[in-house]
Design a protein around this ligand. Structure first.
Ligand SMILES: *Cc1c(COP(=O)(O)O)cnc(C)c1O
Length: 400
């Protein structure tokens, strides 16, 4: 039975664990870079399901592939081979230049797997080589291990005892990392571009120096590209922007355009640590998810998506910098690459997000005071102009 929005809010309040500070709209459907609520109101979507809907909503080739695969076989377990999983793994291996691919269901699970294989790999040479170093303001997920890896106390409070062996350094501070590392360091795990922590880009040469320290101490370099990968930075992997190769890279979010999937990809050397039974998953990489991932990967490769991300991303950044010049007391910096952009505010951003929503634009605020823009990668310059109309109206109201 179709219910009113008020009835749905009430049901959610009665029945759903209250962990989300939701915005008060009930979404009904999407089309391209737009979503529509139950009242038929149209919104331009600059969140893309949190960097997930890389091909936007209802992308015909994706819809068709999911429907066809659902009609054939949704799931069969990982006890058997499937063409679609073999194809998806081959594509990711080739794109990454690494050796072996594993599929799970989410970002946290991908990182959990990356942490497990790093520990096991180090354990082969020295059982005490277990330290994992991550960055302050990082975000790696919400399982017990990945919230421990996440360098933000607010995600950890109340969940102890946390697993041992995690240490943190400020992102972009190579001296701090150098001081902390030793032969006991198992891995350094970083987002090449921090997303949830406020859109922080590495300084020139930083990631190369991290790579050199990892080599010096025989530690693995794990890149969490769950948010910045899948073409979002303007290259398929963000690490290609910085000319640094990891030993392990994780993907999720946009990988299947909205169907749940996650992946960690390792070098053949690191893959030596895992044997039959060392890791597993019931759902991960099932035919439905892999059929979707294959469409996303093929579309990024063959439909000039990266060119578009670079062109439209540069245009969006230029426009956002224009707002910074216009309202310097409200906006102090515009950061990011491609279609992963952040606008540093001098005050909390939630009210601006609410006001944009009322005016038909879905944007996001992360880290309290950073407006984050992670739209579908099929965005056009005209779509940027549409957002600017809304921002032009909203931003002046919040200037001190
Ligand atoms: C979203 C995100 C995760 C967690 O992914 P989930 O699918 O929510 O578990 C991990 N790392 C980064 C960088 C992310 O952006």
């Amino acid at each position: 039975m179709k219910e009113t929005d008020e009835q749905i809010y009430q049901k959610d309040k009665d029945d759903y664990l209250p962990v989300f500070a939701r915005y008060k709209i009930v979404l009904d459907h999407g089309d391209g870079v737009y979503v529509y609520d139950t009242n038929g109101k149209k919104y331009i979507d600059y969140l893309g399901g949190i960097a997930v809907n890389v091909l936007g909503h209802a992308y015909p080739a994706l819809v068709q592939a999911i429907a066809a695969q659902a009609g054939k076989m949704i799931h069969c377990s990982n006890l058997y081979y499937t063409q679609v999983q073999a194809d998806a793994a081959e594509k990711l291996k080739n794109l990454s230049g690494l050796g072996k691919v594993f599929f799970g269901n989410s970002g946290a699970e991908a990182n959990e797997g990356a942490i497990k294989i790093a520990r096991k790999y180090a354990h082969m040479t020295d059982p005490a080589k277990s330290q994992i170093i991550t960055a302050i303001h990082s975000f790696h997920g919400r399982t017990i291990a990945t919230l421990t890896a996440t360098g933000q106390p607010k995600y950890q409070e109340g969940f102890g005892p946390l697993p041992a062996g995690f240490d943190y350094v400020p992102f972009n501070d190579i001296g701090a990392l150098e001081k902390l590392m030793s032969e006991k360091t198992c891995a350094v795990m970083l987002e090449p571009i921090q997303g949830e922590g406020g859109v922080h880009v590495p300084k020139d040469g930083y990631l190369k120096k991290v790579r050199a320290l990892c080599d010096k101490y025989h530690a693995l370099l794990i890149f969490d590209e769950i948010q910045c990968g899948m073409g979002r930075s303007g290259k398929f992997f963000a690490f290609e922007q910085f000319d640094v190769k990891p030993d392990v890279v994780t993907l999720a979010k946009g990988l299947a355009g909205g169907v749940p999937i996650g992946s960690f990809i390792v070098t053949d050397e690191v893959a030596r640590a895992f044997h039959a039974g060392d890791h597993g998953t019931t759902f991960g990489g099932n035919p439905l998810a892999c059929a979707a991932a294959n469409v996303v990967l093929d579309t990024i490769e063959h439909q000039h998506i990266l060119e578009r991300v670079n062109e439209v991303g540069a245009y969006l950044k230029h426009k956002l910098e224009g707002f910074q010049k216009q309202y310097p007391s409200l906006i102090t910096e515009v950061r990011g690459m491609g279609l992963l952009l952040g606008m540093q505010l001098t005050k909390p951003g939630r009210d601006i997000v609410d006001a944009c929503l009322a005016d038909g634009a879905i944007i996001n605020c992360t880290a309290g005071d950073v407006l984050r823009f992670v739209p579908p990668l099929i965005l056009t310059k005209e779509n940027v102009d549409e957002l600017c109309v809304v921002l032009e109206k909203v931003l002046p109201k919040y200037v001190a």
